[in-house]
Structure formats: C-alpha cells, structure tokens
Design a protein. Structure first.
Length: 181
C-alpha cells in the first residue's frame, strides 16, 4: 500500500495519559487487593507502552505475559478474523488475570481474546483499554476499565501505529491526511 502523506495533531498529552494511568492503576489495585499474584497480559504489539507504564503504577505482586493477536495487519480495516500469532507463556487456570489492550475499535480482538482466555478458567479475568471508540463497535463488548473514550478518528502514538509507524510518539495524536490518496 503506498504511504499516504499525513500530519499528526496532538489529541491526548503525555501528561494527561500519565495522570489517567495512575488513576486506573489505583482502581486495579483496589479491585484485585489481596490477590496472590496478578497476571498482567499485554496484547502485542499496540499495548507495549501502556502496559509498561501501567505495571509500574500497580503496587501488587504481578507477573507479566504477552499475547499477540492480529486482525488488521498493515491495513486500516479490521478483517474481523482474529488470529493468535503468539500465545501466553504461562498458565492462567485458577489465577487472577488482567488483559491490557491499547484500543477497542470494532471489539473483535478483545472479544476473541477474552473468549480464549476464559476457556482456560482463570479465577477472575478483567480487561483494560487505554482508548475506546464506542461509535465503531460491531460486537457487544466493553473493557472493565477504559482510559479515554474517543471519537472515530484515526489515532497513533503511545504504542499505536499507522502501518507500523509512530508507535514511539509519547502522546496520542490524530492522523490528518494531507496529500492525494
Ligand atoms: C489493533 C489494536 C487492537 C485492535 C483493536 O491491533 O492494537 O488490538 O486492533 O481493533 P478491534 O477492536 O477492531 O479488533 P492490530 O491488529 O493493528 O495489531 P497491533 O496491536 O500489533 O498494532
């Protein structure tokens, strides 16, 4: 796919994200208080920045694991077919689990992953998404905790890419296409 030209307009600042991450971590701590160990599962690749910041604010005994699911590839349209590209390293049966997602859009990825992980019979399974685009939802699912609800804009940064670019922006930006496309 030829790369369209675009500019990135700031949408959610690094400071606002940090403040929200701290709040969310507090809610997670309260919810899972008394847990032996919380398994925090990051969905690769988009959640890698969020999970790194989030776990450093959670004052519980945790274990980190990763799962890679993909429905978009390098496209901007969901294929609605979620593939597991990399499974967890650890067992989650009987354990407390938190699934960390960067963004919930159509909802297919989160629905598929939650279904898969629930089939392994965790004791408790909750989900957190930094961003939610409710207007795009095609399946009935919502994360337990959401950082920010956003309109149907194409966003990048803080782990989120456009054709594998811009994941390293420290803030969330809105993509505005400039040239012909
Ligand atoms: C993106 C994003 C979410 C998912 C959300 O992943 O990181 O996991 O899509 O979309 P949905 O709600 O419509 O399913 P992508 O497949 O682009 O992989 P990535 O995380 O590696 O960028």
């Amino acid at each position: 796919m030829p790369q369209r030209e675009y500019v990135i307009e700031p949408m959610i600042s690094a400071k606002a994200i940090a403040a929200r991450v701290e709040e969310l971590a507090g809610e997670i701590e309260r919810h899972f208080a008394g847990t032996g160990k919380l398994v925090v599962v990051g969905l690769l690749r988009g959640s890698f920045v969020f999970i790194a910041d989030l776990v450093r604010e959670i004052g519980l005994n945790i274990e980190v694991d990763f799962l890679e699911a993909s429905s978009y590839g390098d496209s901007t349209e969901s294929s609605r077919e979620v593939r597991i590209l990399k499974d967890l390293r650890g067992e989650i049966g009987g354990r407390d689990v938190l699934v960390v997602e960067d963004i919930v859009d159509t909802g297919y990825t989160l629905q598929h992953v939650v279904g898969l992980l629930r089939s392994r019979k965790p004791r408790r399974l909750e989900t957190i998404a930094l961003l939610d685009k409710p207007s795009r939802r095609e399946v009935d699912i919502r994360a337990t905790w959401t950082g920010f609800e956003i309109p149907d804009e194409f966003v990048v940064g803080y782990g989120i890419d456009f054709a594998q670019r811009n994941r390293n922006l420290p803030y969330i930006g809105k993509v505005r296409f400039t040239g012909e496309g």
